[in-house]
Ligand binder design. Structure first.
Ligand SMILES: C[S@@+](CC[C@H](N)C(=O)[O-])C[C@H]1O[C@@H](n2cnc3c(N)ncnc32)[C@H](O)[C@@H]1O
Length: 320
């Protein structure tokens, strides 16, 4: 069953793909190009990829993920599509290279479903969770050198505060950074619950709605560890280079800063005649989906069609 895997640590690990019907309808639209490759730069367990392959028999998917623990699950879940699905380990920022290595030229779709997978959040030893104890790690790609603990224990107070504010939207970021720097003088932070506890004590439970008080700080750390901002920008630039005329771009983001990057990229693309936005405002999950899958609640989907200069004949397909 897609996205459902019995973990080696006695947890049932599940990832439910967000806004899956909406994703399929973008790639399966009557005027979307057929016969080519969809690049799924964040394939995860292959949930969206399977739905696209089921709905569009002439399409193929190259699925990329940086997490070596997730790839075998994607491989298993996509095996029934045979040659129509390929899975490779890599980062979004390496897609130029991976597409060249795979000998892929006709890219008709580009999909980014940002952030971490439920499998990563739910495995305590990966260190993404503020509700179960684990090492303060948060690397999606274990080959990265810098962990969340490295940031928490070495960045100066101002830089930590800026990070929590800009990447997590934590308005009490100065208070949190101060509390962290005071406490780490005694002993460095090593575990997720110790950090979550300090954040909760620094800002209290009020003011953050119904989310855990450490949510924003953990999000900011995860984004920094995995360089998510830079990866997104590279992924969007590559989509523009690779997509054929009419090719579809779909991006699902999970916070307003990330969505802002996509929005500005597409609006510049529209001004320059490179993209035709298909969503005026970002699509959000229905209340039914949000209830069934609480992790979908903050999802924002934007889609666009690539436009290439038809006035000059076939138009140069700018390749890297
Ligand atoms: C939200 S999940 C994707 C779920 C997938 N769409 C599905 O339906 O199964 C995000 C996945 O993208 C991967 N990921 C995040 N950023 C990445 C990047 N820059 N390069 C490669 N993989 C990335 C994570 O490891 C994670 O498995």
């Amino acid at each position: 069953m897609i996205g459902r895997e019995r973990g080696g640590d006695d947890q049932t690990r599940v990832h439910v793909s967000v806004l899956a019907d909406e994703v399929v309808s973008v790639f399966a639209a009557a005027d979307a190009p057929r016969d080519g490759w969809i690049v799924d730069g964040t394939v995860g367990v292959g949930g969206h990829a399977s739905r696209i392959l089921d709905a569009c028999p002439s399409l193929r998917v190259l699925g990329i993920d940086q997490d070596p623990e997730i790839l075998p699950i994607a491989q298993r879940n996509l095996a029934r599509f045979g040659e129509r699905a390929r899975v490779r380990r890599g980062r979004v920022s390496m897609l130029d290279e991976l597409l060249d290595e795979e000998g892929i030229e006709r890219v008709v779709g580009w999909m980014l479903d940002l952030g971490a997978s439920s499998l990563q959040f739910d495995r305590r030893e990966r260190g993404f969770s503020f509700s179960v104890d684990g090492p303060l790690d948060m690397r999606m790609d274990p080959d990265r050198e810098r962990t969340a603990a490295d940031i928490v224990n070495t960045w100066d107070e101002n830089d930590l505060a800026d990070l929590f504010f800009h990447e997590g939207g934590e308005t009490r970021s100065r208070k949190v950074a101060h509390a962290i720097v005071e406490l780490r003088r005694r002993a460095p932070f090593r575990r997720t619950l110790a950090l979550a506890d300090v954040v909760a004590r620094a800002i209290g439970r009020g003011g953050a709605g119904d989310i855990h008080p450490a949510t924003r700080v953990f999000q900011a750390l995860r984004r920094a560890v995995n360089e998510e901002g830079e990866e997104l920008v590279r992924g969007l630039e590559q989509a523009q280079r690779w997509l054929v005329d009419g090719g579809r771009l779909v991006v699902i983001s999970f916070h307003s800063g990330e969505d802002g990057v996509v929005k500005r990229f597409l609006s510049r693309g529209e001004d320059e005649g490179a993209f035709r936005p298909l969503t005026k405002k970002p699509l959000r999950p229905s209340s039914l989906e949000a209830r069934a899958n609480p992790r979908s609640r903050s999802a924002l989907l934007r889609a666009a069609a690539r436009v290439r200069n038809r006035a000059s004949g076939a138009g140069p397909e700018v390749k890297p």
